[in-house]
Write a protein that binds this ligand. Sequence first.
Ligand SMILES: [Zn+2]
Length: 327
Amino acid sequence: MPSSNSGLTIGIDLGGTKIRAAVVDRDGRVIGSHLIGTDVAGGPEKVLADILDSVRGGLGTDLSAIEAIGVGVAGQVDPASGLVRSSPNLKWESFPFGERLSTALDIPVVIDNDVQVATWGEWQHGAGRGVDDLLVIFVGTGVGGGAVTGGRLLTGRSGLAGEMGHVTIVAGGRQCTCPNQGCLEAYVGGWAIAERAVEAMLANPDAGRGLLEWAKGEEITARLVGELAATGDPLATDIMDRTGQYLGAGLVGLIHVFEPARVVFGGGVIEGSPDLVHTVESIVRANAIPAYTYDLEFVRSELGTDAGVIGSASLALERVVSRRRQL
Ligand SMILES: [Zn+2]
């Protein structure tokens, strides 16, 4: 194993469509990165081989200077053993990914859930710096998040804590991708925004004409709805206004549970419609118990799509350095 104290680590964001690898320094700066597609159909062995190629060649870095590799995986993982227990996005079940990667490269590997590492990244190097109690919520196709409480990343029993998208906001409401109905994600996730927009178009074809024309024959997506809302189209504006209200309703609950000093908002839906943060802030301030909100801050993610690679690299460095201290 390398005994370097370079502070350089590699962060890997392993998702169902893309794999991004980056060399990150100890201050959370990305020195170089490499992006490839995820060959889900090729199975875990093919994805592992592609990642090895990316790390050995694509990144163009001297691996002897790398102290650790961190990987954020969309799914349920066991950080202690590096086992990916289950990843519906990757279609993996019980794959010893951390061990295989570490053996192949002779570098310590730390595996964690993708949203947990992104939360860590925002806390250590992004919009969450400087506070010990933080809530991070990512609104993209799905809705995920993480919490830092009392200066510790909240992991739960098996590293799955922080699934804020699956908090019920409407009892018996819209069917979610999980077994439940009425989850926050079933209203504000990108897929749900698109679904609600299509339903609104079908219910009122005249009002939906703007969206139909805007889509130019393409599939209706949350991004299109957000873009059209920015032009003032009434149907799209109504969909996005309600999205802000649902998100606000969810946050009112979460604020009371976690009592954070700051909430960081990230993900594609927020990037596309940044005003949602103001809507959520005003709803939370109007509806939460005042003691929870008087100095509560609402901010947008600073790391954007780098949160995953920076967070996984930074968390790997932290774990490897603390392991060394224990030896
Ligand atoms: Zn759900």
